[in-house]
Ligand binder design. Structure first.
Ligand code: ASP
Length: 355
């Protein structure tokens, strides 16, 4: 992927942020020629958001080329983002990633696992309306994201050294976020974890829920080896044996995320359980994630869940599918041994599960 950098504002202040523009609605503008939305030249961001000039800080921008609708996001983008953040880590107080909303929760989740010992804010944001539109939510989202990415406590330490999503005046932990609204400004929710901050007249940080566990003596390490051999099987009434067989036993996957009902329940029909057992016996990693938006998997609650546990299915607790995908890509990229991956799936690595 070809990249270019545009430096568009610099002042002699100690605070600095890098805006990384990957694409999405936020950076679009209606082309007067035909009315269609096209990416605008990001070096002109100050004309679109003159409020940014009011910040006494250095703001640089880094533009991906080509810019993409986030429906086209692939793990190669996450690898490029991780490398870019590592390269520029010492030069900036924080990073703001402008990204389409459609897959933002996947990207933020994956980055949370790929960036180890992160001691600076990495804030994803975007918008539902292009930044050039009169009622855009993009300005507000961008301004809040920049403020949060550079916010420090009284000792000069970052307020939120985490990968987050900043949207609609709310700051959410990245690997807890899901896109819940296709058209409204309240596009994201963190159903199983409190907000990390809310932006009102001032920005109120929910300090007791922010993770500050990084080691200041050590730098950032990145993990870019991702194993993407994961399939998702969403259960539904009427699902056929053939469909389940194709996904559970297909050659292409090393792991399958089972999107189950309620607190982790699945059909107890013999053919279904036989296929689950067969997949586990063949060495596949099966992770139980609930289809419900909130609450968690408890495989001891109902006999149907217990049967999955006895068959060797791993409990996903209250992880989102987006986060489960990123966690599996990362763990499978790191460990060739599925036993090790299974042990770590049950552990809370980056605040992605309440355990
Ligand atoms: N399709 C767009 C994207 O995700 C939507 C958005 O940016 O909100 O890139």
């Amino acid at each position: 992927m070809k990249l270019k950098i545009n430096l568009f504002q610099e002042r002699n202040t100690p605070t600095s942020v890098l805006l990384i523009y990957t694409g999405g609605t936020i950076g679009m503008k209606a082309d007067p020629a035909d009315g269609t939305l096209k990416p605008f030249d990001f070096s002109g961001i100050l004309e679109e958001v003159p409020e940014l000039r009011k910040f006494a800080m250095k703001i640089d921008a880094y533009t991906f080329n080509p810019l993409i609708d986030s429906s086209d996001v692939e793990p190669s983008l996450w690898q490029a983002l991780a490398r870019l953040i590592q390269e520029r880590y010492d030069a900036y107080d924080g990073f703001v990633i402008l990204h389409g909303t459609d897959t933002m929760a996947y990207s933020a989740s994956a980055l949370s696992f790929m960036l180890e010992n992160l001691g600076k804010p990495v804030i994803f944001t975007g918008s539902q309306l292009p930044i050039g539109e009169p009622r855009t939510d993009g300005k507000e989202n961008l301004i809040s994201a920049v403020e949060i990415a550079t916010a420090k406590d009284s000792d000069g330490h970052p307020m939120v050294p985490e990968v987050c999503i900043c949207f609609n005046s709310q700051l959410l932990r990245g690997n807890r976020s899901v896109k819940v609204n296709a058209t409204g400004f309240d596009a994201f929710k963190s159903p199983n974890y409190p907000l990390l901050a809310t932006a009102g007249i001032s920005i109120n940080y929910n300090n007791s829920f922010i993770h500050y566990g990084y080691d200041r003596r050590k730098g950032l390490t990145i993990h870019t080896d991702l194993d993407t051999r994961v399939s998702v099987l969403k259960l539904h009434p009427g699902i056929t044996e053939q469909a389940v067989r194709d996904i559970l036993l297909g050659d292409g996957s090393r792991a399958v995320i089972l999107e189950t009902y309620g607190s982790g329940n699945a059909p107890c029909r013999p053919w279904f359980l036989a296929l689950v057992r067969d997949a586990v016996t063949r060495g596949k990693i099966l992770l139980n994630v609930t289809q419900c938006q909130s609450g968690d998997v408890d495989m001891d609650l109902y006999a149907t869940g217990r049967t999955l546990k006895d068959a060797g299915v791993i409990c996903g607790h209250d992880i989102t599918t987006e986060s489960a995908l990123g966690k599996l890509f990362y763990l499978m990229g790191e460990y060739a041994d599925n036993g090790q991956v299974k042990v770590l799936l049950e552990k809370n690595l980056k605040g992605e599960i309440s355990k």
